[in-house]
Design a protein. Structure first.
Length: 236
């Protein structure tokens, strides 16, 4: 039987590739924890400058528009801090410098829960290949939490070591814990629809898709609405 993730973290750091990824992946969970008093920080690695099918739009203008969308979505979710790393879309690499940047942020904010992409998920059926930026950001995050941030000789200039006890990975093919989001799914819908540059259809279609996914995840764990994750306990 699927496990429920019921604890309320004190400080949550969510590291995602593109400006809308955190909201789509775990927006309802972030809203739930923020509502319960957690400090929630979202780190957005890429600028979002290529996230369009419109050949006429200026990538720099698109990235600017997306900054405003992120700010609006963060307001809905109760996210107080958003950190933009502004690497161009498609240029993310799971490299030392990205891991060091993430280690620095982890050591600065000292989260007890970190979220990000599951980089091992590549093929979702025959219809979707996980974006390379998601995989790169996910690997860089895993390299940062296991073991770099907890060991002082890794990136010694990035602040004093901090161990992250729990990691939840989204966009996973193997979800094994679920967060009850019945009370915050409407907030997630508002946050996701704030990313207007990403909406190809009307808001209703997006809202229905977000709700449908939450109901499907809920069915796997006996809840009316849930978000599923791969759970890592690094307490060792
Ligand atoms: Zn993305």
């Amino acid at each position: 039987m699927a496990q429920l993730f019921e604890s309320t973290p004190q400080c949550v750091l969510a590291v995602y590739a593109h400006p809308d990824d955190a909201d789509v992946a775990c927006g309802a969970s972030l809203a739930r924890w923020a509502k319960a008093g957690a400090e929630v920080i979202v780190v957005i690695v890429a600028a979002g400058d290529k996230g369009t099918i419109d050949a006429d739009i200026d990538p720099r203008e698109l990235a600017q528009r997306r900054l405003a969308e992120v700010a609006e979505a963060a307001d809905y979710l109760g996210v107080k801090t958003v950190v933009h790393l502004n690497i161009p879309d498609g240029a993310l690499q799971a490299c030392d410098s990205l891991s060091e940047t993430i280690v620095r942020l982890i050591r600065q904010y000292k989260p007890d829960l970190v979220l990000g992409h599951d980089p091992s998920a590549v093929f979702f059926g025959s219809v979707y290949v996980n974006h390379q930026d998601h995989r790169a950001a996910g690997w860089a995050l895993l390299d940062a939490v296991a073991p770099a941030c907890a060991l002082p000789h890794y990136f010694p200039k990035a602040g004093p070591a901090h161990r992250v006890p729990t990691v939840l990975l989204s966009g996973t093919l193997e979800p094994d814990v679920f967060v009850d989001v019945a009370e915050t799914i409407d907030t997630k819908v508002a946050a996701v629809t704030a990313h207007r540059s990403q909406l190809r259809d009307d808001d209703d279609w997006v809202a229905e898709t977000v709700r449908k996914r939450a109901v499907e995840d809920g069915r796997r764990c006996g809840l009316s609405a849930a978000e599923g994750f791969r759970f890592l306990s690094l307490d060792g």
